[in-house]
Unconditional design. Structure first.
Length: 725
């Protein structure tokens, strides 16, 4: 059948009738927030398509972005506040939900917060949430919250910490289209369907860039690459160290950049002596990548002139206990290539400066943050300094480290499926006397809540979103509500303001004593950023770009104030970390009891664990399987579709098997995001298995011992046994 036969299904809604409008906003499924334009008829989104003038999407959307309207129109959406009637908590318990008003919900929550503060102090409060929007962070700061944690240790925390010290800042911007050599350690760029990065890599290869991929999975990107090597899981660090050894010992690094913009000369002897031990022959034993390949690729990368080894999120930054060292090694490779903020490398995009609410309405001095850290991050100085929190240690903190300390918890848009070892966290949640959950859907976490707040989707709120993935000129897109928030849903900004009025009123008044007006604050943000006189003017434009030349920097904002990139990081040594990357193995290694590597992967169709109930996306991929090589299946006597039990030291899951030649024969791979158990999720509920049930959680002492000083969650650091059923 010719492709043209499908055209009718991919055309925007016809613009007929007086009530049809085109509205610009931006996606909220993942962090690039690609610009989009929606066809809205009588207040209903009929079609979503890309925004051609957007630097990120360039007129394209991935399948998740195109299915965005289904998030708002999901019939399972939480529609109004509810309180629990059944005191017993568990996945199999009926909470006995009772509908309540927003006033009752907010008053009850405020009373619980005030009671916890007065009796137990701020350490008794737990907020599991990102620090955004800024009014929400203001609320947490106003009451001295010390225990705020988010998923970033499962994402990019490690690289964010490393980059602050080595190049000055974590950046999402990779100049793939102008690269000559793209070196990928695991990141499956094309299958993750982030349009902004996928387009860059495709353009780079079309322009002649060589793409080399190390991955135990013959992924979509591996098939696209010029060369692929099925590396042993968790040994990427060995290959990166050996490449550094080759480049330094053979003096192949970019001398102009390294000698002028780094601290190489200050620590040259230490660097050379330290790296000498990591030969390609040594790395071959750890990684199973041939030494001659490592040596050749290192030389090619250095000679390319515009080489890049990107680090994005979990693949390098969270999968294994040696992620701190790997992120550091990858940063050094880019520094040696001389492409930090240079054509073809990682760059630090110019951006509009959008002030926060504290700059517009200055608050009184915030109370000092005192107390104990439930996640134990105080044992990891670099993590503590960063200000985030640790998903991977929360269960241990609640059950073992400080049992009973947390009296009140607020989960904002996080489901337990996102944590390692979810069954352990389910038990931990039962120890919290009062739990509030704010979300768009009745997730498994909602099942444990005492009060549930229904959240608006990204299609129902207003904001300013700056480009930070692929913008060599400052650009901002208006996120505007395509229709009023449905049912009785509200934004987290609304909740922050209303709780602030009840709990810390002095922080939520302007200089005239009036309550902060969030619409007026948004207008002022737009005006001060130079995007328009007010938000209405900005959203009428939809997107604003400032035409200015891109000027590579000659000073880098690294910690220490030298203005140079740091290969050797003396501040790491001062904080008990490795000043140069050292070889450390992954946490879990195969044994007779658990002989196989366990891999997880986020499928292209879905966004972590938040999209499985979307009608369009669910139809494309409703469940997960246990994927393994036919050779491994034959060894174990397993056939296609046969159910197997995958067991680790902490738990087990059961799934049907899918055989594929794309995996090493010592691995089994499971897609993340499935295994929801909430009875109220009519599509995703009861489908598949939670991949995290076999992934061990951790505690801060274990992390210190493993040299995991930048806080990687080890979300793929597991070994398993496989039993046919």
């Amino acid at each position: 059948m010719p492709l043209e036969a499908f055209d009718q299904f991919f055309k925007p809604a016809a613009e007929t009738g007086a009530n049809v409008t085109k509205m610009i906003t931006c996606c909220g499924v993942c962090s690039p927030a690609c610009g989009l334009q929606a066809t809205v008829q009588d207040g209903v989104v009929k079609f979503i398509e890309g925004l051609p003038s957007d630097a990120h999407g360039e007129g394209h959307l991935c399948g998740k972005g195109a299915a965005g309207a289904q998030f708002a129109y999901d019939p399972d959406r939480l529609k109004y506040p509810m309180r629990r009637a059944n005191p017993n908590k568990g996945l199999d318990e009926d909470p006995g939900w009772v509908r309540i008003s927003w006033q009752e919900a907010l008053d009850t929550i405020a009373d619980r917060i005030n009671n916890a503060l007065s009796r137990y102090g701020a350490e008794s409060l737990l907020f599991v949430t990102l620090p955004a929007p800024d009014i929400w962070l203001r609320f947490m700061n106003s009451i001295g919250v010390i225990n705020r944690i988010d998923h970033i240790d499962e994402c990019f925390l490690t690289d964010r910490i490393i980059q602050r010290y080595t190049t000055g800042a974590k950046t999402w911007a990779n100049d793939f289209e102008n690269s000559n050599y793209i070196l990928l350690f695991g990141w499956d760029i094309l299958a993750k369907t982030k349009i902004v990065t996928a387009q860059g890599v495709i353009k780079g290869k079309e322009s002649g860039a060589k793409v080399v991929c190390f991955n135990p999975h013959y992924s979509t990107t591996a098939r696209f690459a010029d060369e692929w090597y099925g590396i042993r899981p968790g040994s990427d660090l060995a290959v990166a160290l050996a490449m550094i050894q080759v480049i330094i010992s053979e003096n192949l690094y970019n001398k102009e950049f390294v000698e002028n913009y780094t601290n190489f000369k200050d620590y040259e002897t230490k660097i050379r002596e330290h790296m000498a031990q990591y030969t390609p022959e040594w790395a071959e034993k750890e990684s199973e990548v041939p030494a001659d390949v490592i040596r050749r690729v290192a030389r090619e990368f250095a000679a390319a002139g515009r080489g890049i080894a990107p680090a994005h999120k979990k693949t390098l930054c969270a999968n294994y206990a040696n992620a701190s060292q790997l992120s550091h090694a990858i940063s050094i490779l880019n520094i040696l290539a001389g492409t930090i903020d240079r054509p073809g490398g990682r760059y630090l995009p110019p951006a509009f400066s959008v002030p926060g609410v504290d700059a517009i309405v200055p608050p009184p001095a915030y109370p000092p943050k005192r107390g104990r850290y439930i996640d134990g991050k105080d044992k990891l100085p670099l993590v503590l300094e960063d200000g985030g929190g640790l998903f991977s240690t929360l269960s241990d903190g609640l059950l073992n480290k400080y049992p009973g300390m947390i009296k009140f918890a607020f989960f904002n848009a996080y489901t337990v499926l996102g944590f390692p070892n979810p069954p352990k966290l389910f038990e931990a949640l039962k120890t919290i006397p009062f739990l509030v959950v704010m979300d768009t859907l009745p997730t498994d976490t909602v099942t444990f809540a005492d009060i549930v707040l229904p959240s608006a989707t990204y299609l129902e709120v207003n904001d300013v979103v700056v480009r930070d993935y692929r913008a060599k000129k400052p650009q901002a897109v208006a996120r505007q509500a395509l229709f009023p928030a449905m049912f009785e849903t509200r934004s987290v900004g609304y909740v922050a303001l209303e709780l602030g009025k009840r709990v810390a009123p002095d922080y939520f008044k302007d200089k005239d004593g009036n309550w902060i007006n969030l619409s007026a604050v948004l207008d002022e943000k737009v005006k001060r950023a130079g995007l328009g006189e007010n938000f209405n003017e900005f959203k009428a434009k939809g997107i604003v770009t400032r035409d200015q030349p891109y000027v590579p920097r000659t000073r880098f904002n690294t910690v220490g104030g030298t203005g140079k990139c740091q290969i050797y990081v003396p501040q790491f040594a001062e904080k008990g970390a490795d000043p140069l990357p050292v070889w450390r193995p992954k946490r879990e290694l195969p044994s007779p009891e658990f002989p196989y590597y366990y891999l997880t992967c986020i499928p292209a169709v879905h966004r972590r664990n938040s999209t499985e109930n979307n009608a369009f996306l669910h139809e494309m991929l409703p469940t997960n399987t246990a994927m393994m090589n036919p050779a491994l299946a034959a060894k174990l006597g397993i056939k296609e579709g046969q159910k197997v039990r995958i067991r680790s030291r902490v738990g087990a899951i059961e799934l049907p098997t899918h055989l594929t030649e794309t995996l090493r024969p010592d691995c089994v791979m499971v897609y993340h995001g499935f295994g929801h158990r909430s009875r109220l999720l009519t599509k995703a509920g009861g489908k598949g298995a939670r991949d995290g049930d076999v992934i061990p959680d951790q505690n801060a002492d274990e992390m210190v011992k493993a040299g995991n000083y930048a806080g990687a969650a080890c979300i793929m650091d597991a070994v398993v046994n496989i039993e046919p059923l």
